[in-house]
Design a protein around this ligand. Structure first.
Ligand code: RB5
Length: 152
């Protein structure tokens, strides 16, 4: 199950992506927002991130104007590796090398057709493990260290 979220700036973009995923038979859960009314991207970043770390969903897609704010917020949740991607190469690498569990896209940056290709690539790409596993573990170690001692 894929978790999906966006702020108002990416609401219609999210709706188009939802229609695309439905067409492809990909199951998702939409964590909002639910209209173009102005709202705050950290709300949806946290909802989607929580759904992944609590096991309700395996991966997530987050959209805001640039993809930056919503990914920054999601990355504050321990266990989340959110990558902002504007092309298929970085989307593939974010899975293969970084084991990204959230893909963020900027609705004001990337056209909808390219976004669909980026999402396809990201969903089809698998983590390569090996030396990349050790590096991802080092990222997690930073998280664990700072959770134990915030001034570390
Ligand atoms: C909203 O205007 C915009 O700031 C937001 O969607 C996002 O781009 C933030 O990073």
């Amino acid at each position: 199950m894929l978790a999906i979220g966006s702020d108002h700036a990416a609401f219609t973009f999210k709706e188009e992506i939802k229609a695309y995923l439905t067409e492809k038979g990909i199951q998702f859960k939409d964590f909002g927002c639910h209209s173009e009314e102005r709202t705050d991207y950290p709300i949806y970043a946290e909802k989607v991130a929580n759904a992944i770390v609590n096991g309700e969903c395996q991966r997530g897609l987050l959209f805001c104007g640039t993809g930056i704010g919503i990914s920054l917020a999601a990355n504050k949740v321990p266990g989340i590796r959110a990558a902002v991607c504007s092309n298929c190469y970085t989307a593939a690498m974010s899975r293969q090398h970084n084991d990204a569990n959230i893909l963020a896209i900027g609705a004001r940056v990337v056209g909808i057709d390219l976004a669909k290709r980026i999402i396809d690539t990201w969903l089809e790409s698998e983590f390569e493990g090996g030396r990349h596993h050790d590096r991802v573990e080092l990222i997690t170690a930073i998280e664990v260290k700072h959770l134990k001692n915030p001034t570390a």
